[in-house]
Write a protein that binds this ligand. Structure first.
Ligand SMILES: CC(=O)CC(=O)SCCNC(=O)CCNC(=O)[C@H](O)C(C)(C)COP(=O)(O)OP(=O)(O)OC[C@H]1O[C@@H](n2cnc3c(N)ncnc32)[C@H](O)[C@@H]1OP(=O)(O)O
Ligand SMILES: NC(=O)C1=CN([C@@H]2O[C@H](COP(=O)(O)OP(=O)(O)OC[C@H]3O[C@@H](n4cnc5c(N)ncnc54)[C@H](OP(=O)(O)O)[C@@H]3O)[C@@H](O)[C@H]2O)C=CC1
Length: 308
């Protein structure tokens, strides 16, 4: 009996995995271009979308640049580069996702923006299509409930930079069914990534641990314990982190860092997650880190210069 039911389950998983051929990506920022890159390289057809056509164009240029670097380093062949580029198409409206088997939302970390995307997306999708969110922190159960298919909704949380980082978190909402989870696991494994399964609690595993550390580094700056250079040097040289916490905050995006801290603060109702007022100030100034050329460092010159 057991063997029969395992076999039947294996067939169902294989069917779902084989069913993912075309992947839609909503949002062509730093995460969207990375996800499109690794999915296309793994043999999936990719449809890329953003509210701004210019953003899609610059995402394509970034993907091409990163693939070219991989060819130069001999980690992929020129043929693999060409084939990956040929597998990526773009769309200027959500109708372009009608034939997708899986659509990954990776727009800004704002719940109202994501809910609106799902509201507009669901009517154009096939009923069997899976929807995933790359959210860093927001409840997958709550996002799923805003769609017409909570059982086919899942969190697939990539790390930045996507082509380099080994890990992807998988987060089931309360209604996510086994076939969706297995299909997501198959998709992530096909891209050569390792999986950590997280329960659906604010900011999941990586950001539950990482973001309070970054927020504390910003408090350390705010309270004058050290300047930007000292804090980053301390954690790079003293704790062997590849980037200092303020450099990493700029890399992630200060708007995203603040949104994650707000989700932790509201979701866990504990003052230890209070976003540092200095982080709020930087975001209010539009100093969002590397993507806006200014954050804890100023990136407009030849090399980054600390802003404090
Ligand atoms: C916020 C969330 O929801 C979750 C998150 O993602 S949290 C953020 C998680 N990410 C991190 O913590 C990153 C920490 N930083 C690092 O690991 C490293 O600094 C780094 C990998 C980004 C760069 O490493 P480095 O050694 O300083 O630089 P460098 O030698 O230029 O790059 C290493 C490799 O990464 C590649 N790379 C660097 N930046 C890249 C990018 N943005 N896109 C694609 N590839 C990139 C380089 O091409 C290089 O590839 P090879 O090994 O094939 O040569
Ligand atoms: N940055 C990181 O390190 C990580 C981020 N994430 C998550 O990934 C998601 C994206 O982050 P990231 O790529 O860094 O952010 P970016 O700001 O780099 O990119 C977000 C993109 O989404 C676009 N966008 C905004 N609204 C819409 C919409 N309605 N439809 C389609 N596209 C839209 C933005 O356009 P415009 O700029 O014009 O508004 C922008 O191009 C967030 O949920 C974030 O939490 C997950 C892991 C790591």
């Amino acid at each position: 009996m057991v063997a029969v039911s395992c076999g039947a389950r294996a067939t169902e998983i294989e069917k779902r995995m084989a069913a993912i051929k075309t992947v839609g990506v909503i949002g062509s920022g730093q995460m969207g271009n990375g996800i499109a890159h690794v999915a296309a390289l793994a043999g999936f057809n990719v449809v890329l979308y953003d509210v701004s056509a210019d953003r899609v164009k610059s995402a394509m240029a970034t993907i091409n640049g990163n693939l070219t670097r991989q060819v130069a380093k001999k980690t992929i062949t020129e043929d693999a580069h060409k084939q990956a580029i040929a597998r990526i198409s773009s769309t200027d409206n959500l109708d372009g996702f009608a034939n997708c088997d899986l659509v990954i939302e990776t727009a800004v970390e704002k719940e109202d923006v994501k809910r609106k995307i799902f509201h507009d997306l669901c009517p154009v999708l096939r009923p069997d299509a899976i929807i995933a969110s790359n959210s860093s922190s927001i409840s997958i159960t709550r996002l799923a409930a805003s769609t017409d298919r909570p059982e086919k909704f899942i969190g697939i949380h990539f790390m930045n930079p996507v082509p380099v980082m080994e890990l992807v978190e998988l987060i089931r909402g309360i209604a996510t069914d086994d076939a969706t989870f297995d299909a997501a696991r198959g998709f992530v494994t096909a891209m050569g990534k390792q999986i950590a399964v997280s329960e659906d609690f604010p900011a999941f595993i990586v950001n539950r641990i990482l973001l309070p550390m970054i927020n504390e580094a910003i408090y350390t700056l705010y309270e004058g314990v050290g300047n930007v250079e000292a804090i980053d040097a301390a954690m790079k040289l003293g704790a062997h982190h590849p980037m200092g916490p303020l450099e990493l905050a700029d890399f992630i995006g200060l708007d995203t860092c603040l949104s994650i801290m707000q989700v932790l603060h509201e979701g866990l109702a504990d003052s230890k997650y209070r976003p540092c007022p200095l982080l709020v100030k930087y975001v209010e100034a539009g100093w969002l880190g590397r993507k806006s050329q200014r954050g804890f460092y100023d990136y407009r010159g030849d090399k980054p210069v600390p802003t404090r």
